[in-house]
Design a protein around this ligand. Structure first.
Ligand code: GLA
Length: 385
């Protein structure tokens, strides 16, 4: 049963009537271009086949009633009261931030009952938060009978994450969750917001996600710190953002401490790798793309400092299998500090590769990894209930 069918049934069970709308939005996987979005760089994400879905119907009141299957909890937002952020870490901040964004933009949502379900793993680095925000924004478009420009909609979701969830994230996650296209990967220029869609439909090549099933607590604080370090590096180099910097410029600069220099080096080289990776996709040069993925992981691990032993273990195991065993390349994906790694693999070898990674990862860490493959999937949409 798909998550859309599940929320439809669960809504009927929970509220005793049928839903009117079902909005859904996917998680995302970033092929390459990590920690580049908030540096005005390039990213190369795709929407995945795992989705967050919200079934809803009007309730003739001033209340938005949200039942989350994931949190096993019901929360109420009173639209006649100011929509204040909840305590840090609370799931309600994501939908509430989106509702607040709609209200601030002059739209007037009426009360409704909703039930939220998801197949995107929480905290797995596949952007469960953007999926929830984008699904909520799509639902609110239906409730308010408006259609937002997709870029404005993505910015509204990003703003919700900044001001309600307290995470100073970039534009990538809501952007791809809203705009995602089946069988295509997005080369997004985060400076100009120009989008280039690249086909990714070779049945012989698969993207495998490997969830380490660990989530280190330092993630949120470390993300904000890295972002500040990048801004400091750009300032010292006299450029608006690290997108405008180059390795020669960095080499000539003095007065940067090693950590800041490492951060800048990662961002500068990762932006270049992302542009090269897009070219590999155009040429279907999987071997070269795999090498770029490997190099990205090394850079994230050593220069940017956002890997962790579990992610490194997955990458090491995948690399030991290598191109001869059908693994082109492997790297952490998303913010880091746990969550998922992704491997670009030969489809016919998928079962053997999954088995080897699963067994060896369990042996090394004592943790069972979860794995799934996905083709690029469609972005946020409203379905008839
Ligand atoms: C998180 C953020 C994104 C991006 C990635 C790292 O997923 O939400 O904006 O910065 O980390 O690439």
């Amino acid at each position: 049963m798909t998550v859309l069918q599940r929320v439809r049934d669960a809504f009927a069970d929970h509220y005793g009537r049928a839903p009117l709308w079902i909005a859904s939005a996917p998680g995302r996987l970033n092929l390459i271009g990590e920690h580049t979005d908030y540096n005005d760089g390039f990213v190369l994400p795709m929407a995945i086949e795992l989705r967050t879905a919200i079934a809803a119907a009007p309730n003739d009141s001033q209340n938005i009633v949200l039942h989350s299957e994931v949190a096993a909890e019901t929360a109420v937002m009173d639209l006649s009261q100011p929509l204040l952020p909840e305590a840090t870490g609370r799931w309600l901040n994501y939908p509430k931030g989106v509702v607040a964004g709609f209200v601030a933009a002059g739209h007037k949502p009426r009360g409704f009952d909703a039930l939220i379900g998801s197949s995107v793993p929480m905290g797995g680095g596949l952007s469960s938060s953007a999926a929830l925000e984008a699904a909520m924004a799509t639902l609110l478009e239906a409730v308010c009978a408006v259609e937002l420009d997709p870029v404005r909609k993505a910015l509204l979701c990003q703003h919700a994450e900044h001001t309600y969830a307290g995470v100073p994230c970039g534009i990538m996650d809501p952007f791809i969750s809203i705009l995602g296209r089946r069988d295509q990967v997005l080369l997004l220029d985060c400076r100009s917001r120009e989008t280039v869609w690249l086909p990714f439909e070779d049945p012989d090549v698969t993207v495998l996600m490997i969830n380490t099933n660990v989530k280190h607590r330092l993630a949120a604080g470390a993300y904000a710190r890295r972002r500040r370090q990048c801004e400091m590096a750009a300032q010292s180099l006299g450029v608006r953002s690290l997108r405008e910097a180059g390795l020669e410029m960095l080499g000539r600069a003095d007065g940067l401490d090693d950590t800041t220099r490492g951060c800048a080096r990662h961002v500068i080289t990762e932006i270049a790798r992302t542009v090269q990776a897009a070219q590999c996709l155009r040429e279907r040069d999987w071997a070269e793309l795999g090498q770029l993925l490997d190099a990205s992981h090394e850079s994230l691990r050593h220069d940017y400092g956002v890997s962790c032993p579990e992610l490194d273990a997955v990458v090491e195991i995948a690399r030991a299998i290598g191109p001869r065993g059908g693994v082109f390349g492997c790297r952490l994906t998303g913010g880091g500090f746990g969550g998922c790694a992704m491997a670009l693999i030969e489809t016919p070898e998928a079962a053997a590769i999954r088995h080897e990674i699963g067994t060896e990862y369990q042996r090394r860490t004592g943790i069972a990894a979860t794995m799934f493959a996905s083709r690029p999937a469609e972005g946020a949409r409203l379905s008839q209930a």
